[in-house]
Ligand binder design. Structure first.
Ligand code: PXG
Length: 289
């Protein structure tokens, strides 16, 4: 495996950053998770744009231009000879001292690109659906640490993941501070009711997921009525279908929430149809390498 660190490639054993890097000490940095399918990087421009937006919000100057970053991602995937891949793109504040002050990170931010594979769930769960729970940890408040920022500090989501595991589940619904459904730990959530598709708006402490946007785009193209609308737990419980979207998980059906069986207890027609259309989109779009 060849890992990109600040313009050079290292083997996995030698791909190291300093323990004084503020990404490690404080989670001070930003990241993206990106997939490629059949030698095409899916929504690469959208991921690069979101990375730069996260960086802008935390006043982190990305040491590469968007064009250079795009090239570095494509070259790292090629260097690893991967036709299908999962890429982790990281920009950390860089090496500083033990204090919080990012002004002391004199060497400047580090760029790290790892191209690997990922399979979050076994195939069976994509056919049969997940059982998930609502957890006590509330999603970060937008006025504190906005969920639009994909920061290296994912403790909010990791706590929710631990609480899901404690309940015997693989994923968790996180609520916002008002008690509305925000999203899951690493995925956005959709419900289907009477043929209409609903997902929480991004103002509800919800990351504007790129897979989520792809589903809304597919819905629009296929004349499926889709709404960004506040959702309560009740509306999830009484939905006909429910599914999650994310780059790592892709589209995965949900068949049980907090012990309530969703719809028939099997993944629904709309979910399977959108899974198929999403697969098609990943095959036919994206930047070639
Ligand atoms: N919400 C959150 C909180 C995320 O972290 C998504 C939604 C989906 O966004 P995209 O743009 O990928 O459709 C994410 C991204 C994991 C893992 O191991 C998941 C993400 C990032 C890193 C790890 O599940 N999901």
């Amino acid at each position: 495996m060849k890992i990109y660190i600040n313009g050079k490639y290292y083997d996995k054993e030698n791909a190291k950053v300093s323990v004084f890097d503020h990404g490690f000490l404080y989670g001070d940095g930003v990241f993206e998770g990106i997939r490629s399918y059949n030698r095409r990087v899916f929504k690469l421009n959208e991921h690069i744009d979101r990375l730069f937006e996260s960086a802008q919000s935390i006043m982190l100057k990305v040491p590469l231009s968007k064009e250079q970053m795009t090239k570095a991602v494509l070259e790292t995937i090629k260097a690893n000879k991967l036709d299908n891949s999962y890429v982790r793109l990281i920009v950390s504040r860089g090496e500083g001292d033990l204090g919080l002050d990012p002004r002391k990170c004199y060497k400047g931010p580090s760029v790290i690109i790892i191209a690997d594979k990922i399979a979050l769930y076994p195939d069976k769960l994509y056919r049969e659906g997940l059982s998930i729970v609502t957890v006590p940890t509330v999603r970060n408040l937008p006025e504190a640490l906005n969920p639009q920022i994909k920061s290296l500090n994912y403790l909010n989501n990791i706590l929710a993941k631990i609480e899901a595991a404690n309940a015997g589940c693989d994923e968790a619904i996180m609520l916002d501070s008002l008690g509305y459904v925000a999203e899951c730990t690493g995925d956005n959530i959709f419900v289907v009711k009477n043929g209409h598709l609903y997902t929480p708006p991004q103002c509800m402490g919800t990351l504007r997921g790129i897979t989520r946007d792809s589903i809304l785009e597919i819905a629009r193209k296929n004349k499926i009525s889709a709404h960004e609308h506040v959702i309560t737990r009740h509306e999830v419980y009484i939905s006909d279908e429910c599914f999650l979207t994310g780059t790592a998980a892709e589209i995965i059906p949900v068949v049980k929430v907090d012990g309530r069986v969703i719809g028939t207890g099997k993944p629904g027609k709309m979910t399977f149809s959108l899974m198929g259309k999403f697969k098609e989109l990943t095959k036919t779009s994206g930047i070639k390498y």
